[in-house]
Design a protein around this ligand. Structure first.
Ligand SMILES: NC(=O)C1=CN([C@@H]2O[C@H](COP(=O)(O)OP(=O)(O)OC[C@H]3O[C@@H](n4cnc5c(N)ncnc54)[C@H](OP(=O)(O)O)[C@@H]3O)[C@@H](O)[C@H]2O)C=CC1
Ligand SMILES: O=C(CO)COP(=O)(O)O
Length: 324
């Protein structure tokens, strides 16, 4: 199975390396010429994953049409760009494996649903889980959910991508696998705020637990299965991203907690902090299905410039309720 990768960021590059481990050729599309040149001439993505030597079997291209001979495409462009990038490729019925984590602004669709709209004939799969790109690239043990409604295709993809240190667990809950990854990015911002504002480890643990309750309520309302949300792509990724400054979302939250503005921090970055884009659309999507997500609402307020102490005070002052 020849794998193509759409997206030359840290995760697209690390996944290309995963797919190339058995010695098979992998073609990676990157939007920017400096990424293509860096991979093809220096065997390194010095822009987004510096210090990792890539095998000769990975070739980069700036032409999306070059991916048309691939048997499956890993879609690793940031969530808000998935529609436009997929709209430029004529991949017919080639399976699409969505690896971005987010909800599209405007439509409130998960990226797998966006891909299904753009390429209705393509089988859709989702790869998600606790996966910092630099650890995967270093060959450190990692486990992911590979979800696909077609069990045979899901198993084939899971087997194709699995490696000695990259364990894939098959599932057919595509929506559940996507919701965990999208929601945890927003909750990681909240945990970063706790760190940046020095609010303590009790508060962070409480946010992880209450955030997971929000993820579960929202996920169930959107058709996810509870066991998927409690698995690698949900709780697993929530715990990872809420506890490490390696997370771009967590570090954005740290800055917010220290009183910096979101727009100032996002303007300084070439890398993506998906939670900043998912948060406002998640607030709307939650309200559309009648689900309360107070932690997510608080993150939206903070991203819009609200004062940290006031937002935390308001969260704590809500009427006492039963734990559910
Ligand atoms: N990094 C990680 O550890 C993980 C990331 N993910 C997810 O993978 C997705 C990609 O993240 P990641 O690889 O880290 O990204 P990076 O932050 O490393 O890089 C940014 C990426 O965004 C691309 N990009 C920026 N603007 C556009 C645009 N207008 N159209 C298309 N592409 C654009 C860049 O393309 P170009 O190369 O051309 O500059 C580059 O590939 C995100 O949804 C993220 O949540 C999931 C798991 C782990
Ligand atoms: O999704 C990730 C780990 O699973 C990466 O998290 P960040 O995007 O917050 O760095």
């Amino acid at each position: 199975m020849k794998i193509g990768v759409i997206g030359g960021g840290a995760w697209g590059t690390a996944l290309a390396q995963v797919a190339a481990r058995g010695g098979e050729p992998v073609l990676l599309w990157a939007r920017e010429a400096d990424v293509v040149t860096s991979i093809n001439t220096r065997r390194e993505n010095s822009v987004f994953l510096s210090g990792v030597t890539l095998p000769d079997t990975i070739r980069a291209t700036g032409v999306l049409g070059d991916l048309s001979g691939c048997d499956a495409l890993l879609v690793v462009a940031p969530a808000q760009h998935v529609r436009s990038v997929l709209g430029e490729i004529d991949s017919g019925a080639t399976p699409l494996v969505l690896c971005a984590k987010g909800i599209e602004a405007g439509t409130q669709l998960l990226v797998g649903q966006v891909a299904g709209q753009v390429h209705p004939q393509a089988p859709i799969a989702v790869l998600s889980g606790p996966t910092f790109a630099h650890e995967v690239a270093a060959g450190q043990p990692t486990a992911v959910t590979l979800a696909c409604e077609d069990d045979a295709l899901g198993t084939a993809l899971a087997e194709r991508l699995a490696g000695p240190a990259f364990r894939t667990y098959a599932s057919n809950d595509v929506i559940g696998a996507e919701i965990g990854g999208a929601v945890k990015n927003v909750l990681a911002i909240a945990c970063g705020v706790v760190e940046g504002a020095g609010l303590g480890q009790n508060a962070r643990a409480a946010l992880i637990a209450r955030g997971f309750a929000e993820m579960t309520r929202f996920g169930l309302a959107r058709g996810a299965r509870a066991e998927t949300l409690a698995g690698l792509s949900g709780l697993g990724d929530l715990v990872l991203t809420c506890s490490s400054t390696s997370s771009r979302n967590f570090s954005l939250g740290v800055g917010l907690g220290q009183g910096r503005s979101a727009s100032e921090m996002l303007a300084d970055r070439r890398t993506v902090a998906e939670g900043a884009f998912t948060a406002p659309v998640l607030c709307q999507a939650a309200s559309a299905v009648g689900v309360a997500m107070p932690v997510v609402d608080a993150v939206c307020a903070l991203l819009a410039g609200a004062d940290v102490r006031e937002v935390v005070g308001a969260l704590l002052a809500r009427p006492l309720t039963r734990e559910a």
